[in-house]
Design a protein around this ligand. Structure first.
Ligand code: SER
Length: 320
């Protein structure tokens, strides 16, 4: 791999926690700078406290380490965003524009900007939602991501800043917890199952959403970022798909391993958010442009999640 010095912003989050280790393996421990607004005592590497709403603070870190690549993962997610709409818009946009502008002016070559299935609204066909759909998001988080996709393309077209982006489905991993999203139930449910605890789901049992296992999400991110520049034909953001399921279906998959597991349903405000999102998305463009292909399905993900979480909690699923 070429010599890169990488900055991860939002490194303590669900994706950052896993991505920082993978990038260290690829680029070496001293070439990955993890940063977050909160401190991190667990990360074995270089860590900087960083408030990405502060332009000068972002620029200082970029100059200090001669950063060539930024993974900008900090954002307020869909469910938390609806509690504080204006603050969410302000934070998500300010951080993103600071990262793009500091990158442009300080020789950063490549930027990763995560988008989301939340960019879609009721204008799309919810089954196999097309890449080039009309975007009318119904959450502030989704609005900030749709705007961000256009800003990413703008910086590419106007300044040739190589910004690359994925529309993540709900991400499910055993290493870290998501914070304030609508797909979070699909991570929490495995923790309860592994601890032999019942689970109360905040979505209705038949709410189908697109999801992806962490290993696939990280691999997609690294493959997108390592692809030759000319392969990246979409400069807004790529749909990536892996699996789609409802709470009822994930529960059945868990019950194959933990037969005594029980779930009840108390839908809350997050149901409305989920109802506005696709059930599945069409990722043909990602497959064709840079050979994206998922490896995990619901069954394999469930087996892996429960094995890892049983190890973590030193538990065993009780069988009947
Ligand atoms: N997982 C995110 C959320 O639920 C979607 O991008 O907010």
């Amino acid at each position: 791999m070429e010599k890169n010095t990488i900055l991860i912003i939002g490194a303590n989050g669900q994706l950052g926690t896993v991505l920082e280790d993978e990038l260290q393996k690829l680029y070496g421990r001293d070439n990955v700078i993890a940063s977050d607004i909160n401190s991190n005592t667990h990360f074995n590497g270089i860590f900087e406290l960083l408030d990405a709403t502060d332009y000068d603070a972002v620029e200082t870190i970029v100059r200090k380490y001669n950063i060539t690549e930024i993974y900008h993962l900090a954002a307020i997610l869909s469910a938390n965003g609806e509690k504080h709409p204006l603050r969410t818009w302000d934070l998500n946009m300010t951080m993103m524009l600071n990262v793009f502008e500091v990158s442009r002016l300080n020789g950063v070559e490549k930027v990763f900007f995560p988008s989301s299935i939340a960019v879609f609204g009721d204008a799309v066909d919810r089954e196999n939602t097309a890449q080039l759909s009309y975007l009318n998001p119904e959450t502030v988080y989704g609005m900030s991501k749709a705007a961000g996709e256009n800003w990413a393309q703008y910086y590419f077209l106007k300044y040739d800043l190589d910004i690359r982006s994925l529309r993540y489905p709900g991400v499910i991993g055993h290493q870290s917890l998501p914070g304030g999203g609508t797909t979070d139930y699909a991570v929490e449910i495995y923790h309860n199952a592994a601890k032999n605890e019942d689970f109360t789901c905040f979505l209705k049992d038949d709410t189908v959403l697109p999801m992806i296992f962490m290993d696939d999400a990280i691999r997609a991110t690294i493959e997108l970022m390592s692809a030759p520049k000319e392969k990246i034909k979409l400069r807004t953001s790529y749909n990536i798909a892996s699996m789609s399921f409802s709470p009822k279906e994930i529960t059945s998959a868990i019950k194959e391993v933990c037969p005594n597991f029980k779930v009840d349903y108390k839908p809350d405000f997050r149901q409305d958010i989920a109802d506005g999102w696709p059930k599945s998305i069409d990722d043909t463009a990602a497959r064709e442009d840079w050979n994206w292909k998922p490896k995990y399905d619901l069954k394999l993900m469930t087996k892996t999640m429960l094995e890892k979480l049983n190890e973590k909690y030193k538990t065993q699923c009780i069988s009947e």
